[in-house]
Design a protein around this ligand. Structure first.
Ligand SMILES: [Ca+2]
Length: 105
């Protein structure tokens, strides 16, 4: 799932941010994010930098994980210039269920 952070909050300026995700721990495997970063050496001039978040352990409870990013850029450069980051989960899962995503700086 893709997210577009309001451009008045962060737009094309290297920024330290904390992304917190509340998710339902079902299935097994890893989840994480790919974000539009100012690390222009990472994939596609920084558009798709990986950050790993948590291991799904099929606990069937809601959990929270956080990502501290030193180099968020959020220049709307992902997904046809419409989004700033995406959350990914294991392909074999039945879909990652997310209740809340918070971006703070
Ligand atoms: Ca944006």
């Amino acid at each position: 799932m893709y997210f577009d952070v309001n451009d008045e909050f962060i737009y094309r300026e290297p920024t330290k941010v904390l992304i917190t995700i509340e998710y339902f721990d079902a299935g097994a495997g890893e989840m994480g994010i790919e974000y539009d970063s100012s690390d222009f050496t990472s994939r596609d001039e920084g558009r798709w930098k990986d950050a790993f978040g948590a291991e799904l352990r099929n606990a069937n409870i809601w959990k929270t994980t956080s990502f501290e990013l030193d180099d968020a850029y959020f220049g709307n450069r992902q997904h046809d210039d419409l989004s700033d980051f995406r959350i990914w989960g294991p392909e074999e899962s039945q879909g990652l269920c997310v209740a809340r995503v918070t971006v703070s700086k």
